[in-house]
Write a protein that binds this ligand. Structure first.
Ligand code: C2E
Ligand code: MG
Ligand code: MG
Ligand code: MG
Length: 275
């Protein structure tokens, strides 16, 4: 009987594995089609200068309007897109669309703002990534100073020599580089110090419990102090409450982004927000 059970378990196991594989394969194919059929859209979440109470820019966040799945969050498809390499063409579309949109807002006379775009490790690993960014800026006519690229700590330190020279080139063009989700990765301060970054985005997990958890508050305070002593600006992500704002004001955090101010908006709503 034990043998029988064992066999059944194996069958169940392999059929679950199978349906997982099928689901991944299905999603991969749907993602490919999504690119061809233009099913991706960008939302924009405003970022504010806390002290001046002014909008300074937006983060472009991709969504997938799938005919089969409805509106899909990036948390559900970016990991597979990264594994399969599809993030390269998807990321290209995101970067171009974000630049085009920001240029159009600038042309409409909205206050000078920066659009921040998330860049995956796979994109930065392309040998011609700098050329790609340059050609998008040329095509869309967006001034480099109105673009910020967000990379995570792990992306920054992956193949650091390679990414270092690219990031230096990009920053010399006038593009800002920000470290996203700071505090949860493994980057050493020694490496960060050598990278041409201008902003650190504190991961939202530290902001979330900051008003209740002394340790999180201490971490946030330390990150802000460290960033400022390295002459970097700091953005707090995931700000939802007035209490969090008060702490961030006291600690002289430069920029904030979160539901307290605004959720990510459609391009249309974002334009209304700006005007
Ligand atoms: P991220 O770059 O750290 O973006 C911030 C995420 O936090 C966004 O989730 C945003 O909607 C969410 N958020 C903002 N304010 C709040 C708040 O007050 N409370 C809470 N609970 N959440 C808040 P979203 O749009 O689901 O994106 C998730 C992640 O997917 C992003 O994290 C980023 O890592 C990735 N992602 C999104 N768009 C792209 C893209 O175009 N390319 C790549 N490579 N990754 C992307
Ligand atoms: Mg980001
Ligand atoms: Mg983040
Ligand atoms: Mg993230």
């Amino acid at each position: 009987r034990a043998k029988e059970n064992g066999k059944n378990q194996m069958e169940i196991y392999s059929s679950e594995l199978n349906s997982l594989t099928v689901e991944r394969f299905t999603m991969e194919n749907q993602l490919r089609k999504a690119l061809e059929h233009g099913e991706f859209v960008l939302n924009y979440q405003p970022q504010f200068n806390l002290e001046k109470n002014q909008i300074i820019g937006f983060e472009a966040l991709v969504r997938w309007k799938s005919p089969d799945r409805g509106l899909v969050s990036p948390l559900e498809f970016i990991p597979l897109a990264e594994e399969t390499g599809l993030i390269v063409p998807i990321g290209y579309w995101v970067l171009k669309e974000a630049c085009r949109q920001n240029k159009s807002w600038l042309d409409q006379g909205f206050r000078c703002t920066t659009v921040s775009v998330n860049i995956s490790a796979k994109q930065l690993q392309q040998k011609d990534f700098v050329e790609i960014v340059k050609s998008i800026l040329e095509e869309t006519q967006l001034p480099p100073a109105n673009l910020c690229l967000e990379i995570t700590e792990s992306t920054a330190i992956l193949n650091v020599e390679n990414s270092m020279s690219m990031l230096i080139e990009l920053s010399e063009l006038g593009i800002d580089i920000a470290i996203d989700d700071f505090g949860i990765g493994y980057s050493s301060l020694a490496i960060l110090k050598q990278l041409p970054i201008s902003d650190i985005k504190i991961d939202q997990s530290f902001i979330r419990d900051m008003d209740m958890d002394k340790d999180d508050a201490a971490i946030v305070r330390a990150i802000i102090a460290m960033a400022h002593s390295l002459e970097l600006t700091v953005t707090a992500e995931g700000v939802e409450t007035k209490e969090q704002i008060n702490i961030l004001l006291k600690e002289e955090c430069d920029y904030v982004q979160g539901y307290y101010f605004s959720k990510p908006l459609t391009a249309e709503d974002c334009a209304k927000f700006l005007s």
